[in-house]
Write a protein of this length. Structure first.
Length: 52
């Protein structure tokens, strides 16, 4: 299963993306800051979704 890390500080957007991706059989996790994202990236996520 592809693992996707969602990097988004807006919790509503983050949860919406997570729900959509999980319904399509993706393994997801959310990070709400750059520091949190760096720590989670050590887990080996294949893809990242983030805002500008």
């Amino acid at each position: 299963m592809i693992k996707i890390l969602i990097i988004e500080d807006d919790t509503k957007i983050s949860k919406m993306l997570q729900t959509l991706l999980m319904k399509n059989n993706y393994d997801t996790e959310c990070a709400f800051s750059g520091t949190e994202a760096i720590l989670l990236l050590e887990k080996g996520y294949v893809s990242q979704l983030r805002d500008k």
